[in-house]
Design a protein around this ligand. Structure first.
Ligand code: GTP
Ligand code: ZN
Length: 225
């Protein structure tokens, strides 16, 4: 696709599925090979912008950016980095709603490679298995550390949790700020994007309302997103 086609496509780009679009050879190279190659590519970008890479402050930037992409911002592309989601038997028979709220979202927009920051709230109604609380936060972090669109991020977390927990009774709400909206383009500093995905019992508005009531009770004063 050339740049004119991208301009024409505008907002009409359709995502193919809930899966992140990856090349078949995505993990044939090692992380260190990728870092080395990206370092070279990023040097070229900086040079093209007219920056002097012999300057002390700039000389380490291509390596820093490459390492940051592979090991930090986008570690969630590699399934090897997926957290182990150990579940255990619901021995205590807790069958009501569990809410894990105010989970940090630190992600990146796949259209501009700019930050998406915000919070997520996850609720589920346990069946036979329950999950360690921190595993929910880890799963959110894992799927966030990819180039993302918020809708797909929300769906990836939902479908994974439904599978892991063996129940459709899961809900996720994400409210986030997109720097591509606040710091460039329209430059709207205040708008937030909220996505809500759910299944099973949460199709019932009364059950959803119970969840919304809970997350509204404990909103931090300053969302800091
Ligand atoms: N649906 C969705 N859109 C997103 C997300 N993150 C960024 N976008 C949008 O993706 C769109 C890309 O549109 P284009 O018109 O191709 O890009 P652009 O010219 O940079 O658009 P402007 O931001 O309007 O200047 C923009 O409207 C972004 O706001 C996201 O998580 N979900
Ligand atoms: Zn963007």
């Amino acid at each position: 696709m050339d740049n004119n086609q991208i301009e024409l496509l505008g907002d009409n780009h359709v995502s193919t599925s809930v899966e992140t679009p990856l090349r078949p050879d995505a993990f044939e190279k090692s992380d260190s090979e990728k870092i080395k190659n990206i370092q070279g590519h990023f040097s070229n970008i900086m040079e093209e912008l007219g920056l002097d890479l012999t300057d002390d402050s700039l000389s380490g930037t291509p390596y820093r950016v490459a390492k940051m992409f592979v090991k930090e911002l986008f570690y969630g592309l590699n399934p090897e980095n997926k957290p182990k989601l150990s579940t255990f038997e619901n021995k205590y028979g807790y069958k009501k709603m569990l809410v894990e709220q105010n989970i940090t979202i630190d992600s990146s927009c796949e259209h501009h490679f700019l930050p998406i920051t915000g919070i997520a709230h996850v609720g589920y109604i346990p069946k036979d298995r329950v999950i360690g609380l921190s595993k929910i936060n880890r799963l959110v972090a894992y799927y966030s550390h990819r180039p993302q669109v918020q809708e797909r991020l929300c769906l990836q977390i939902l479908t994974d949790l439904q599978e892991t927990l063996g129940t459709k009774d899961v809900i996720i709400v994400i409210s986030a700020k997109h720097l591509c909206v606040s710091s460039r383009g329209i430059k709207d500093k205040n708008s937030l994007t909220t996505t809500i995905e759910y299944g099973g019992s949460f199709d019932d508005i009364a059950v959803r309302n119970e969840f919304y009531k809970q997350i509204n009770n404990f909103q931090p004063n300053n969302l800091n997103v």
